[in-house]
Design a protein around this ligand. Structure first.
Ligand code: HEM
Length: 351
């Protein structure tokens, strides 16, 4: 299915570097992911000192090496593209795009891998390791893990049939991780629209970024655990979510029984789970957005997000263009540059 798309992209190493440039820098349920009062990454979506040619002289093969790992991996396992895209999002929302999410527990590190949004959920770490090993062979100590994550996310979108864009580079890697920022800054799936807007605003991202980036749910899957309350008890009155389309709701119930089955998975975009397209927005219009956070973009009574869902459902090119721009903005959150941080040798631990 999605394989034909992947084949189309096979000769696309050159594409990854710069051509199609859309963008410029510029649970328990009823809950939240967990406790705590929030915090800021100090991100802001503004311009940063990152630039696309950062590795032009120090590691010109970087794009080629990224693709040499991504192509076979995603061809074998299309979901990995989704997992790598999500990894970048979860990295950037906790402490900025600094590869903090990749750190394992260590003497001074409590790993973000154990936060509510990440535990038993975030994946793709071994693909990042494989890329990093190849990069260390070709250009030792040069390409940061944070840039590897950003490049892997972009490559994954492109190899799934989505847009490509010029990606500013030069991020450095953190020497710290923050479970609390990961818990408090990454929105839970049962978020209200206000919740989503607030958590994105905290990062310097606006409603346009929220809707466009939510379009990342055009690929990948979610566990029953993350949307089950919609099927049985959305508002504490033992009724399903009335915004969820009936047939779809019944299908989901057979996949996710009232008790057990929490780790069963189902596509976020049931129409084309491995293809990066605008079907996600069409499904929302039909009441077939999987997570509460997907459906409230339309039903949350915020005119701006509602209009954007319709616009992206109508016009895939418009979605692609904005997605690319918002990815650049998200990728610019709180990067470490200059002499801050380090370039890790092994993405799982500080040097
Ligand atoms: C707007 C707020 C968001 C919420 C509440 C949210 C929530 C979730 C949840 C609950 C899952 C399923 C996790 C699991 O079952 O273990 C998921 C999966 C995913 N998310 Fe999000 N997400 C949001 C935004 C984003 C953004 C901004 C992106 C990327 C640009 C993204 C990309 C993905 C992808 C690709 C998957 C599938 C991963 C896989 O199959 O491994 N999400 N998201």
């Amino acid at each position: 299915m999605a394989l034909s798309k992947f084949t189309l992209c096979l000769g696309a190493i050159a594409l990854l570097s710069s051509t199609l440039c859309f963008a410029h820098p510029g649970f328990g349920f009823g809950f939240g992911w967990g406790g705590g009062s929030g915090g800021s990454t100090g991100g802001g979506g503004g311009y940063s000192s990152l630039f696309p040619q950062f590795y032009q002289f120090t590691c010109p093969q970087v794009d080629e090496i990224i693709l040499s790992v991504l192509e076979p991996t995603i061809a074998r396992n299309p979901r990995m593209a989704a997992s790598l895209l999500r990894l970048h999002f979860h990295d950037c929302f906790a402490q900025g795009c600094d590869a903090s999410v990749l750190l394992d527990n260590g003497a001074s590190i409590v790993s973000e891998k154990r936060s509510f949004p990440n535990i038993n959920s975030l994946r793709g770490f071994e693909v990042i390791d494989e890329i990093k090993e190849k990069l260390e062979e070709a250009c030792p100590g040069v390409v940061s893990c944070a840039d590897v994550v950003a490049l892997a996310a972009r490559g994954s979108v492109m190899l799934s049939g989505g847009p490509n864009w010029e990606l500013p580079l030069g991020r450095r890697d953190s020497k710290t991780a923050s479970v609390s920022l990961s818990n408090n800054n990454i929105p839970p799936p049962n978020s209200t629209i206000q919740n989503l807007i607030t958590l994105f605003q905290r990062q310097g991202l606006n409603e346009v970024d929220l809707v466009a980036l939510s379009g990342g749910h055009t690929i990948g899957v979610a566990r029953c655990f993350t949307f089950k309350q919609r099927l049985y008890n959305q508002n504490g009155n033992n009724q399903p979510d009335e915004t969820l389309e009936r047939t779809y709701s019944n299908e989901l119930r057979s996949m996710c029984p009232p008790s057990g089955g929490d780790n069963n998975i189902t596509p976020l975009d049931l129409a084309s789970p491995a293809r990066f397209d605008n079907a996600y927005f069409k499904l929302i219009l039909w009441g077939k957005g999987l997570l509460t956070s997907d459906e409230v973009l339309l039903t949350g009574r915020v005119r701006k997000t509602m209009e954007l869902v319709k616009a992206y459902a109508d016009d895939e090119a418009l979605f692609f263009e904005q997605f690319a721009k918002s990815m650049v903005k998200m990728g610019n959150l709180g990067p470490l540059t200059g002499s801050n941080g380090e370039v890790r040798k092994n993405c799982r631990r500080v040097n």
